[in-house]
Design a protein around this ligand. Structure first.
Ligand SMILES: *Cc1c(COP(=O)(O)O)cnc(C)c1O
Length: 395
């Protein structure tokens, strides 16, 4: 006898529930702005990736509506058949300009982009050195390529140098890539790109930076690679269009040659329908906004610094984030979950993140301040932090 689907699901769902690992999903009623409504109750929203508030921006909404009038709601085909509309070309030209590269290619999501790009270039004769805290989509993209995956200790440049040396000198591999997040989403720390580039040049590594949390945030909005002035030194600049950009999609920016290759070789480009025209139009408008003005970027950092200062003054451990991502480290897993639940009772929506997403004993709630929050909203959140922290003996 083989196990039935029902028996498999029942057993495993029960296991998750018994171990506090089963995630109940909240539904947001209406827009995912600085304040949200869930089950009829209003919350200060400190959980979205809508860093610049662009997901609900009035200009972008209008641009998207106009694009629907001109193009309809869908692209109609995959890019390589006849689903490349003029607005997709304009989108990719705009993304290349934004990133300071020769060219760019857009995908349907950031996740999809990592599925697409890694396996288009790396194969079973190659090795990929990968930071141990890289995003799930990088891990899956690496697996899909069938290259040998070599885990590198988080942002440990000695470990990277040692493992790069071993991989290259072993003579076992045709190509070797180093792949890292630009900004790490759990702690808000930034990849050490200048040292990474130095090591990559020494050993001839291909470099791949997924800057999903960096674009719109670092480098005056242009991202972590530009923050360090390394646009010409990083082979793959990956971004998502769903976080600071506020819409949906992902992209690779790089040389014309690389982008030409991805457009003939990467499977989600060949076999999955292109981004909708209204998404593409809204993304173009969002990116132009970022290139024309640092206003939203500055507001984001101002709000982030305000929240961080407030939390520090209350006596919280907020880790070593270098970006607006603001963890409040509680430690114990159960206490972290209780803390998040109490904040929710007090009208602050902030998610708890515990083992296995982060190491055991480092449970935290992760605050995502945005440019769209007002100081009053942040003060309201800080008042809840003070009340709940004292009540639970955290501060
Ligand atoms: C969020 C994220 C992604 C996924 O992006 P989507 O556009 O939401 O699919 C990929 N990589 C990293 C590093 C991320 O943080």
């Amino acid at each position: 006898m083989v196990q039935s689907l029902h028996s498999f699901l029942d057993e495993n769902i029960q296991y998750l529930k018994d171990n506090g690992l089963y995630n109940e999903i909240d539904t947001v009623e209406g827009a995912n702005g600085p304040e949200i409504t869930i089950a009829g109750k209003r919350y200060i929203n400190l959980s979205s990736n809508n860093y610049l508030g662009l997901a609900t921006n009035e200009d972008l909404k209008q641009v998207a509506k106009d694009a629907v009038d001109k193009y309809g709601v869908g692209a109609g085909a995959v890019r390589t058949i006849n689903g490349t509309l003029d607005i997709h070309d304009e989108l990719e030209e705009t993304l290349a300009e934004f990133k300071g590269t020769e060219a760019a290619v857009a995908y349907q999501s950031g996740f999809n982009c990592n599925m697409a790009a890694i396996s288009a270039v790396m194969n079973k004769n190659d090795a990929i050195l990968s930071d141990e805290l890289n995003h799930a989509s990088i891990i899956d993209g690496c697996r899909l390529s069938k290259a040998k995956i070599i885990r590198v200790n988080h942002s440990d440049m000695d470990d990277l140098r040692q493992k790069a040396k071993e991989a290259v000198e072993s003579g076992q591999y045709n190509k070797v890539m180093y792949i890292t997040d630009g900004v790490f989403s759990m702690d808000g720390d930034v990849a050490k790109l200048p040292e990474i580039v130095e090591i990559a040049e020494e050993y001839g590594l291909i470099t791949y930076v997924d800057d999903a949390h960096g674009s719109g945030v670092m480098g005056k909005g242009a991202g972590t690679v530009k923050h360090f002035g390394l646009q010409d030194k990083i082979d793959f600049q990956i971004g998502t269009l769903s976080k600071a950009i506020g819409v949906v999609g992902g992209y690779v920016a790089g040389t014309q040659e690389l982008i030409d290759w991805l457009k003939v070789q990467s499977r989600p480009f060949l076999f999955s329908t292109s981004l909708t025209p209204e998404s593409s139009a809204a993304i173009i408008a969002a990116v132009r906004k970022l290139m024309n003005s640092t206003e939203l970027h500055d507001k984001l950092w101002d709000n982030a610094n305000y929240l961080k200062d407030g939390l520090k003054k209350l006596g919280y451990d907020i880790g070593d984030s270098e970006t607006p991502i603001t963890p409040v480290i509680i430690g114990d897993e159960k206490k972290t979950q209780e803390f998040s639940k109490r904040l929710k009772d007090e009208g602050v929506y902030v998610k708890s993140i515990v083992f296995p997403t982060v190491p055991r004993g480092t449970g935290r709630v992760r605050n995502m301040p945005t440019a769209a929050h007002t100081k009053e909203m942040l003060d309201e959140a800080l008042a809840a932090y003070e009340k709940v922290g004292k009540e639970l003996g955290v501060i």
